[in-house]
Design a protein around this ligand. Structure first.
Ligand code: C2E
Ligand code: MG
Ligand code: MG
Ligand code: MG
Length: 292
């Protein structure tokens, strides 16, 4: 490529070729800047948790906490963009701790309320955060610090995480489960988890990845996969929740397949905490209180 300048460098006593691509360098600079912004943003309160309701048989039973970053210049930055970067640079440890604390504070704030007190909160946990030695105490501190009930906290793990160290994963899950914390397997079907591991994991829930839900009505393969996940999860005694339900037709298809729990724009996008509370109370007033 003509825009690629090539430099020869002698490194570590042997000849090495170093490719120097200005476009790549610009990307690198962008990442370094974003990382610095992320650290500053964490210190100055630019991160927020939004909440998306989860619906089970017509009742809102909980929320998934989803991280939002309001960058002073760039505006809203998607977690898809900054979570992987935060993982790479290690900031995910502080960011993850902030998410846990903030979600637990919200949970504690709901606790005495007759309607909101019934809700669970699900928190997404990234692999690096989970594998940190202090992860279990970090969760317990977040709960205790806020005065939140561990039985109302759900942690969402992904299949990729499970493959890294199965014994360590199970040990941590069992420990937290001892306090009442529940576990969900997020984006199920997109990773490589073996069924042998699946049956050993102390899970409460499988979440069908939204990529299967999107075309469930038009793509027979997606329909078959969704049905299979529902059957698998149900026979393992797990709750199966569909992600990314946008239409009533999708919801009906899933319900007929035996999937009675779902999240998606059909009910609500992720919204700020106060808006979420309003939504839950309005919904409860319309359909009657949640019966656990
Ligand atoms: P996820 O945990 O699978 O979350 C579901 C994503 O789907 C969210 O995107 C949500 O806004 C979006 N979604 C929900 N309903 C619909 C729908 O009906 N249609 C469509 N098209 N999308 C829908 P979001 O908030 O951008 O988050 C993306 C991912 O970033 C999450 O996927 C999760 O893996 C990660 N993430 C978000 N918050 C956190 C966090 O606090 N910690 C960590 N480690 N990861 C997080
Ligand atoms: Mg999730
Ligand atoms: Mg997901
Ligand atoms: Mg995910």
């Amino acid at each position: 490529r003509s825009d690629m300048a090539m430099y020869e460098a002698k490194a570590a006593g042997r000849d090495a070729l170093r490719f120097f691509d200005p476009q790549m360098q610009a990307q690198m600079a962008e990442r370094v800047a974003l990382e610095a912004d992320m650290r500053a943003g964490l210190d100055s309160g630019q991160f927020e948790l939004f909440y998306q309701p989860k619906m089970v048989r017509g009742q809102i039973t909980g929320a998934e906490a989803l991280l939002r970053w309001r960058h002073p210049v760039k505006g809203y930055v998607s977690p898809a963009e900054f979570i992987p970067l935060a993982e790479q640079c290690g900031l995910i440890l502080r960011l993850g701790q902030w998410v846990l604390r903030t979600a637990c504070e919200r949970l504690a704030h709901w606790q005495e309320h007759p309607v909101l007190g019934q809700l669970t909160v699900a928190v997404n946990v990234s692999p690096r955060q989970f594998y940190e030695a202090g992860f279990v105490p970090q969760v317990l501190e977040a709960l205790a610090g806020a005065g939140a009930d561990a039985r109302r906290l759900r942690l969402e793990l992904t299949e990729g995480l499970l493959l890294q160290d199965v014994e360590d994963t199970i040990a941590k899950m069992v420990q937290l489960r001892g306090y009442g914390v529940g576990f969900s397997l997020d984006d199920f079907g997109t990773g490589y988890s073996s069924l042998a591991y699946l049956k050993r994991l102390p899970l409460h829930e499988l979440k069908i990845d939204q990529s299967f839900v999107r075309d469930v009505l038009t793509d027979p393969n997606d329909a078959a996969i969704a049905r299979t996940i529902v059957a698998l999860g149900t026979s393992l005694g797990l709750q199966v929740t569909a992600e990314g339900v946008e239409t009533e037709a999708q919801r009906l298809f899933l319900e007929r397949a035996g999937c009675h729990a779902w999240q998606g724009y059909l009910l609500s996008r992720p919204v700020p905490g106060l808006a979420f509370e309003d939504l839950v109370l309005a919904h409860a007033a319309a359909v009657g209180p949640h019966v656990p």
